[in-house]
Design a protein around this ligand. Structure first.
Ligand code: NAD
Length: 479
């Protein structure tokens, strides 16, 4: 691909170190990448699916060998702490093994015909060129959730990663080529959403756009894709809640809340940014959470004793801080945190102290809007009905959780929480790759990532009727 004159830098959110310099591409580069992917589709779709799967098995193996290096790069480029960065890479390994196996499945259905001497079946067929637009918060896992199922199904891909994590995405694509992916099947373009991303969404030769990002971006992408009747798959934001009932194991609940609210510095779409506590445990929970959270050690992700890494960039830091002011102005009580951390080396990066608000009303902005940082809001409720209604009283529907020892309460929550994911006696994070992942309401538009559900995003069903009667048989008309 021809080099573009303009470039941009990827820098570490932990200390400003330059990670790499990348070409800032434009419409022409997108068009070239799409043309390449379109040409490659003609042959890739005809490679037998088990052979496509074999390349992916090799890729999974390479990812395992490269796990330590990718993990290390992620602690620098994206800022996650080492354990979580390793988990991000492991998610890619898991989905790749899982989806490589689809090469020998990709099941359709065979079914009887209503007419004699006739054979009916349905098969999955690839859609064409897939445009994958990804965020920075799972810089290896999310590209893998999109590319690996797309590829095993026989599609070719143009990937546009977030401009905050281009080095990881570039390495991901290099490793796919090392595994034996034929030229042109996987292409990467770098640049901003409003130019490079937008061109992909409007490009007539891209048939599927799969986007993970914010609700605002999702709305724009859905509208821009309408003119070309694109299949648009959206994984958007969340405002996930953990319910803690009065009979909960509080030690476990505190562990679950700390992990879900402050892991990845709260920058997970499934982060627990609300905690809905029964009035009988509300005060105890407050005290115990503050005690735990104030001990968390902030620092660069590559240092082994770091528990909370930086947030992704200056704009994110300012947005998170502005929500602290919004929460205080709304009348919520700041229990801990609420400030940018600047002592010592932390001043070189974008660090925010883990923040907990109490006395939060369900309608407050800090309880409704996605902050995408280490901030959580405690809301007091009287009973399970109120807890479920508060949990549901938001526009998003991604993840949800309840801590209780009452099996009846657990089953009611499983039935009534309006979310794509519900955890019982675990926090709001921890998805496994063989189950569908995604959300209801404004979190998406009805599709799911991962699991068997992902195949529906990247294939079209074809129904096939084979009549071996030797005469014209008319469905619904001939007996
Ligand atoms: P973002 O929406 O700003 O950007 C996501 C991607 O979309 C980037 O690659 C960006 O360049 C691109 N983009 C932006 N505007 C575009 C446009 N007009 N046309 C085409 N592409 C465009 O999101 P972000 O800040 O990178 O990530 C954080 C958001 O992602 C949060 O809202 C979070 O909840 C969400 N997220 C959701 C999931 C999920 O699975 N539901 C997972 C992770 C993150």
């Amino acid at each position: 691909m021809a080099a573009t004159a303009e470039t941009f830098e990827s820098t570490s959110p932990a200390d400003g170190e330059t990670i790499g310099v990348f070409p800032r591409m434009g419409v022409d580069e997108v068009d070239r990448a799409v043309a390449t992917a379109k040409e490659a589709f003609a042959s890739w779709r005809l490679v037998p699916a088990p052979k496509r799967g074999e390349i992916l098995y090799r890729f999974a193996h390479i990812l395992e060998q490269e796990k330590a290096a990718l993990t290390d790069l992620m602690t620098h480029e994206m800022g996650k702490v080492r354990a979580e960065a390793g988990g991000d890479v492991q998610e890619a390994i898991d989905i790749t093994y899982y989806m490589a196996g689809e090469g020998r499945r990709l099941f359709g259905q065979t079914t009887p015909s209503e007419l004699p001497d006739k054979w009916n079946m349905s098969i999955r067929t690839p859609v064409g060129v897939v445009g994958a637009i990804t965020p920075w918060n799972f810089p290896i896992a999310i590209p893998s959730w999109k590319l690996i199922p797309a590829l095993v199904c026989g599609n070719t891909v143009v990937l546009k990663p977030a401009t905050d994590t281009p080095a990881l995405a570039t390495r991901f694509v290099e490793l796919l080529h090392e595994a034996g992916m034929p030229d042109g099947v996987v292409n990467i373009v770098h640049g901003g959403g409003s130019d490079v991303g937008d061109r992909m969404v409007r490009h007539p030769d891209i048939r599927v756009i799969t986007l993970t990002g914010s609700r605002e971006t999702g709305v724009k992408v859905l509208a821009a894709g309408a003119d070309t009747l694109k299949h648009v798959h959206l994984e958007l934001g969340g405002k996930n809640a953990i319910i803690v009932m009065n009979d909960a194991d509080l030690d476990l609940a505190v562990d679950g809340i700390v992990w879900s609210a402050f892991g990845t510095s709260g920058q997970r779409c499934t982060a627990a940014s609300r905690v809905i506590a029964h009035e009988k445990v509300y005060d105890t929970l407050q005290t115990r959470l503050v005690e735990r959270v104030e001990k968390l050690r902030l620092g660069p992700g590559w240092e082994d004793d770091t528990e909370i890494g930086p947030v992704i960039n200056r704009a994110a830091l300012e947005k998170i801080d502005s929500y602290t002011k919004i929460g205080s102005d709304e009348g919520a009580r700041l229990l801990t945190g609420g400030e940018i951390a600047t002592e010592g080396d932390l001043a070189r990066g974008h660090f925010y102290r883990p923040t907990i608000f109490a006395d939060v009303e369900p309608g407050m902005r800090i309880a409704q809007e996605e902050i995408f940082g280490p901030t959580t809001a405690l809301i007091k409720v009287r009973d399970l009905d109120e807890a479920i209604s508060v949990s549901n009283g938001i526009k998003f529907g991604l993840s949800s959780s309840i801590f209780t020892r009452d099996v009846n309460a657990a089953f009611r929550a499983m039935r009534d929480l309006e979310a794509g994911i519900t955890y019982v006696n675990a926090g709001t994070i921890g998805a496994e790759v063989h189950l569908p992942f995604g959300g209801t309401k404004d979190t998406g538009n009805g599709h799911r990532e991962a699991g068997q559900a992902a195949l529906d995003v990247f294939t079209e069903w074809k129904s096939i009727y084979v009549d071996y009667s030797g005469k014209l048989q008319r469905a619904q008309i001939d007996d």
